[in-house]
Design a protein around this ligand. Structure first.
Ligand code: DHE
Length: 802
């Protein structure tokens, strides 16, 4: 693993250089990352593209813009020792380290030439065997790429290789071998040869040197006279019948694959490639028929639910992440899928292997699980929710005025993600006032309209209600409204239609797909409404449209409920909560997170995989616009500020590209810009989750939490509102972990940033770094918190200030 560390260190410095360049005004941004893995095609080694548009493509033509920096990662699939070399036009070589172990990765980052040119790449030891392709820079001739690909044969994994080698060796002229065309009757039928040999080795009739099934088969090919098989169709086989020349006809890899395949019979043929799937399309072959033990399946199911379902959906129909149904996953195959799971992607897929969260074996188990039909989890009834409900301190036993002398409206409720807790931190003194158990992997907190109660939702759908007026804030009620949730909100309306402050709460669930209205003082579940319905675009039925963000309108007694997979924004009127009326607004697919404009009249929500922002006018209860933005917008609640050129805007960063996009939000004063993308600011990297500002602040803060480079992942940047054409300054928040999410204090003078560490690494579990918003100087560190992520200031959350 020494090589890997070296490569990562190299990458570190290259990226650091990239950041420094960006911060100094020169922007050399890594835009493109390719993943390649070695594979076999008709006995030849090739590079196989993994993920994105090169997925499954043999020796893919890579593309880059002139002068762009690209990263190419090579993941060893376990077939020998490999590297990758690029030959630049000036004759210079860019060469990666070598990888030899299965799953080992290496990557190189370099600046491509500043002109249209074709750059060849190859594996330094397997070039002649077929591992070569081209990088097309700018408008370089694509014919070169086609020619390069044409040289390479169709690609195969191990079983495909075995079947092709069997064909090449002409084995079926004499034998019957499952999966291979032809059915000879001169030699033994090899349909169950693995099992037959096992019995033969145990039975004592065998006289050769082999100890294992594979050794026996290898010997029978390379030295057929060592033991004469007794089971030719007409009796014992004749001496000299089996040609000894096969070992010369096939390469070592082919022989090895044939032996392994034969040893797997019977049974192994079910995982073999179908004839239809072989070779022609040039994409990786289907891996249907993969199997897992019950234990592996249970592990994969649970791990998928905990780590993957949030982005890909419980039924794997895709949303923030792509669909992972077998029709999509089987063509990628176990190696391709495992490589993506291990290494992540530039579009925001975490690198579970590189982070040390999943081992290589576990990524393969998960890769196999993904090729199977997704199992559906159970439903949950209102009665089941009621059964889980605990009213710990009834309302009349709670304080009637704040018991604490602290400035409780400046409390921050901080998610301690992996501890399943939240910390209530005094924003004036930075003291942890209380640490409270909540749900598993707490996701967000919202405050009641008075600010007195904090409602904390975990991914497991458990909701905890904390009374912030107590001397030491404590949980006063709990309930579970689903198995998988992300959102909670409260009723905030006060006006001609009534005073609904602190009256109701609502939870939004991923599974089962529904929302639940609860009593705001007790958490008693009152009403459950399914979100299963038909898509806003093509009117197709969706079995799992998850409830993503929910916001309370200040204009009407309404919640804005964003239904992700159907792309509908539901305005749910809660004035009669047992019989809520719902106005369904068709927007765009994959609605996720969002917030209000500075006037609170408009709500802007990211339709993340559609690369759009939908805007709803909460006064007229209608769609105000749909705006095209960059790849996978992820605003959190967004940031409202006044652009010197375009007037009031709301901004979002992106997971999938290195930029912030601003949208005009002032149809009255700046009608030309309203609901249009007016400005894009380049960032040093993609993978942003959150952005934040405060009305009086001169800065806009942004993170790059999910960037695959660890340095960028812990780097934050600020943009000056007075000069928003570029990033003003970027810096690392710490030496470990990921920087994530911002929150201002009540006065708007400080910004709190989380450094999200690892729960099992003492000293690096995580902390909050407090910055002076005026000077950008660090003011304090609140240390030794367990994986802090979101932070919610009472005053700012109640008043939707961002
Ligand atoms: Fe979140 C908000 C869903 C991953 C931290 N996240 C939200 C919201 C949704 C959501 C729907 C909006 C809630 C609202 O406003 O009502 N988040 C999801 C996912 O589906 C996703 C992508 C994958 C998953 O499996 O959950 C996901 N989220 C994450 C993380 O990995 C983060 C960084 C840490 C964690 O908790 O796991 C994370 N999400 C947050 C935070 C907010 C949030 C801090 C609230 C931001 C705000 O300022 O309001």
């Amino acid at each position: 693993m020494k090589g890997i560390k070296f490569v990562q260190l190299g990458l570190f410095f290259l990226l650091l250089a990239g950041i420094l360049a960006a911060c100094g005004g020169e922007t050399r941004v890594i835009h493109t990352e390719y993943i390649l893995t070695p594979a076999m095609r008709e006995g030849k080694f090739v590079f196989l593209g993994v993920d994105g548009e090169i997925n499954g493509v043999i020796n893919p033509a890579l593309n880059a813009k002139p002068g762009e920096r690209i990263t190419v990662m090579l993941v060893n699939s376990g077939e020998g020792t490999h590297d990758i070399v690029f030959i630049l036009p000036d004759g210079k070589q860019v060469q990666s380290d070598k990888v030899s172990k299965k799953g080992e990765t290496t990557s190189i980052t370099f600046t491509v030439p500043d002109k249209d040119v074709t750059v060849p790449y190859y594996d330094s030891t397997h070039k002649e065997l077929g591992m070569k392709g081209v990088l097309l820079v700018g408008a370089a001739n694509e014919g070169d790429a086609a020619a390069a690909s044409a040289e390479s044969p169709a690609g195969l994994y191990e079983k495909e290789l075995a079947l092709t080698a069997i064909q090449k060796g002409g084995c079926t002229a004499c034998h019957t071998i499952p999966g291979a065309t032809g059915s000879g009757t001169i030699g033994p039928d090899l349909s169950k040869i693995g099992q037959v040999v096992k019995v033969r080795l145990e039975g004592g009739e065998y006289t050769g040197k082999a100890k294992t099934v594979e050794e026996y088969l290898s010997e029978s090919i390379q030295d057929p006279e060592a033991f004469i098989a007794p089971d030719c169709p007409a009796g014992p086989c004749d001496k000299g019948l089996m040609p000894a020349s096969l070992a010369q006809t096939l390469s070592a890899e082919e022989l090895n694959a044939v032996v392994k395949y034969l040893a797997s019979l019977p049974g192994g043929e079910t995982a073999a490639v179908t004839e239809a799937g072989m070779g022609e399309s040039g994409s990786a072959a289907p891996q249907g028929g993969v199997t897992l033990t019950e234990e592996e399946f249970a592990w994969a199911r649970q791990t998928f639910f905990e780590r993957c379902a949030g982005c890909h959906g419980t039924l794997r129909k895709g949303a923030t992440g792509p669909a992972l149904t077998p029709d999509k996953t089987q063509p990628k195959g176990t190696v391709g899928l495992a490589a993506i799971i291990f290494n992540g992607t530039t579009r925001g897929m975490p690198d579970w292997g590189k982070q040390g969260i999943l081992t290589q074996e576990q990524t393969e188990t998960m890769a196999k699980f993904l090729q199977m039909e997704p199992p559906a989890p159970p439903e949950m009834s209102l009665q089941q929710m009621r059964d889980s409900w605990q009213l710990i301190t009834p309302a009349k036993e709670r304080p009637s005025s704040p018991q604490t002398q602290r400035n409780w409206q400046n409390y921050f409720v901080v998610t301690l993600r992996d501890a399943g807790q939240v910390a209530v931190i005094d924003g004036d003194t930075y003291e942890v006032v209380s640490t409270v158990d909540s749900g598993y992997a707490v996701h967000i907190t919202r405050m009641s309209a008075s600010g007195r109660y904090a409602y904390v939702i975990g991914r497991d759908g458990r909701l905890a209600m904390i009374d912030l007026w107590m001397e030491k804030p404590q949980v006063v009620a709990r309930v579970q409204t689903c198995y998988d949730a992300r959102s909670v909100e409260v009723s905030k309306y006060e006006g001609p239609e009534g005073d609904f402050r602190d009256k109701y709460a609502i939870t939004g669930c991923y599974w089962p797909p529904h929302f639940v209205i609860l009593d705001g003082e007790t958490l008693e579940p009152l009403k459950v409404v399914s979100s299963r319905s038909y898509t806003a675009t093509t009117g197709e039925y969706h079995p799992e449209p998850r409830v993503a963000s929910i916001l309370a309108s200040h204009y009407k007694p309404e919640w804005i409920v964003n239904v992700k997979e159907t792309g509908q924004i539901w305005l749910v009127n809660y004035s009669d909560p047992l019989n809520p009326s719902i106005k369904m607004i068709n927007a765009a697919l994959f609605l996720h997170d969002g917030g209000m404009d500075s006037t609170h009249r408009y709500f802007l929500v990211a339709a993340n995989q559609s690369n759009k922002i939908a805007v709803v006018d909460l006064k007229t209860s209608s769609l105000a616009g749909i705006v095209d933005v960059g790849a996978v917008p992820h605003p959190g609640r967004g940031a409202n500020w006044v652009d010197p050129e375009f007037g009031p805007v709301w901004s979002t960063p992106h997971l999938g590209e290195a930029s912030i996009m601003s949208i005009g939000t002032d149809p009255e004063g700046h009608s030309d810009n309203a609901w249009k993308a007016v400005r894009s600011v380049e960032l040093p990297g993609s993978g942003s989750l959150f952005i934040k500002t405060y009305p009086a602040s001169q800065w806009i803060w942004v993170d790059m939490t999910l960037n695959s480079d660890p340095v960028l992942a812990r780097t934050i940047c600020v943009i000056a509102k007075s000069d928003p054409s570029k990033v003003h300054k970027c810096w690392e928040v710490g030496t470990y972990g990921r920087a994530v999410h911002f929150e201002y204090n009540k006065k708007g003078t400080e910004v709190w940033v989380s450094l999200w560490g690892a729960a099992d690494k003492p000293g690096e579990t995580g902390e909050i770094v407090v910055y002076d918003d005026k000077t950008l100087e660090e003011k304090a560190r609140i240390k030794d918190l367990i994986t802090p992520t979101g932070k919610f200031n009472v005053y700012n959350t109640v008043n939707d200030i961002y």
